[in-house]
Ligand binder design. Structure first.
Ligand SMILES: [Cu+2]
Length: 148
């Protein structure tokens, strides 16, 4: 009976500890997360999204997806009239009470070696890793490129 009470007592403590933990990433959320359909597995897909930050400055340091071999953050820029893109390896700043937009013509995600073709209507799971905010799960809604 004494053992039972001890176990039961520790179970009751759990919700209290959860509440006492430091505020976990309440200030970041994701909007406008989408990708475009691809014709076959293995073909690199693009990803766009906007990080909305209602808290202190943060940094998007990595992106992962179980649906792809790896995910890179890229920057698109004009170079002598040519569109070029390069991998961003040191992450992207997320301004305090501001937004980080990954959108056509600018920053974007590259989903390299997707395990399946991306079909319109699919939702591709994605994990964003922030320096302060930790891991944030989202999904890219797959659109038709023709519809945009
Ligand atoms: Cu790219």
């Amino acid at each position: 009976m004494r053992m039972f009470r001890r176990i039961f007592g520790s179970l009751l403590l759990l919700p209290v500890l959860a509440l006492a933990a430091p505020a976990a990433k309440p200030s970041l959320h994701i909007e406008q997360a989408y990708s475009y359909a691809t014709p076959a597995p293995g073909i690199t897909a693009v990803g766009f999204l906007t990080v909305v930050n209602e808290g202190a400055a943060d940094r998007l340091v990595a992106v992962e997806s179980a649906a792809a071999g790896r995910v890179e953050i890229h920057e698109m820029s004009m170079d002598g009239g040519m569109m070029r893109m390069r991998a961003v390896t040191d992450g992207l700043a997320v301004p305090a009470t501001g937004r980080l937009a990954l959108e056509p013509g600018g920053y974007h995600l590259m989903l390299i070696a997707p395990k399946q073709a991306l079909t319109v209507g699919d939702a591709v799971p994605l994990t964003l890793v922030f320096a302060r905010g930790g891991r944030l799960e989202t999904r890219l809604q797959v659109r038709s490129r023709d519809a945009d």
